[in-house]
Design a protein around this ligand. Structure first.
Ligand SMILES: [Zn+2]
Length: 208
């Protein structure tokens, strides 16, 4: 069961207070996608992961958190028109703005996950920008510390951005010293050889 509570949040940029929905608890009973996207229930809470102050446009998972940039950044064309990306959904735009703030602050981990979440919002809106955003996420990855979860996400980003040869080149000899993770990588390599860009879950790997 998913619970959502509303809290008054005072924006750290403009000082105005807005009621913000906050996720109380949720659970996912099913397997996640291969890029770690959660299964339904938790997936449906994605619109609570990021919030936009309706007064000044500041985007954050919590607008009480300091922006740590000049507030003028929120008025730049880059921020306002999302680098001219014509996203099909408002949620994609919010995640993209979260990415822009993270990138400007050189907080590349926040920037990366904001782009990953942006691709999911694009997928839901059947927005072709998803491929471009996956490529951008791949460009940021070298700037953050890798771990085996990020390796799995990287493999899926490469495949779903149609970079099949690159996936095969980078992952053919990879072992993550974990049976399930290695099985997922093997599954990804097979999909890449078939040039398959569709979305799969961890359950698909286990049932193969
Ligand atoms: Zn504000």
């Amino acid at each position: 069961m998913t619970t959502i509570n509303n809290f008054d949040r005072t924006c750290s940029v403009c000082g105005k207070t807005t009621s913000q929905p906050v996720l109380g608890s949720t659970c996912s009973l099913d397997y996640s996608d291969l890029d770690t996207r959660p299964a339904p229930l938790q997936r449906e809470t994605m619109n609570l992961w990021v919030f936009e102050c309706p007064h000044c446009g500041y985007v954050s998972h919590n607008i009480e958190k300091e922006l740590e940039l000049s507030p003028d950044f929120l008025k730049t064309d880059e921020y306002l028109i999302c680098d001219n990306m014509e996203f099909k959904s408002e949620l994609s735009k919010k995640f993209y703005r979260q990415y822009l703030i993270g990138n400007e602050k050189k907080d590349y981990e926040t920037a990366f996950f904001a782009l990953l979440h942006c691709t999911w919002a694009c997928d839901d809106a059947e927005d072709e920008l998803a491929v471009k955003i996956r490529k951008m996420a791949l460009e940021i990855l070298p700037k953050i510390d890798m771990n085996k979860d990020l390796m799995l996400i990287k493999a899926d980003l490469l495949r779903r951005a149609c970079q099949f040869d690159e996936l095969i080149r980078q992952f053919s000899d990879v072992s993550l010293s974990d049976e399930l993770y290695d099985k997922i990588i093997k599954f990804q390599l097979e999909l890449a050889r078939k040039k398959d860009v569709t979305c799969y879950t961890v359950g698909d790997v286990l049932n193969e």
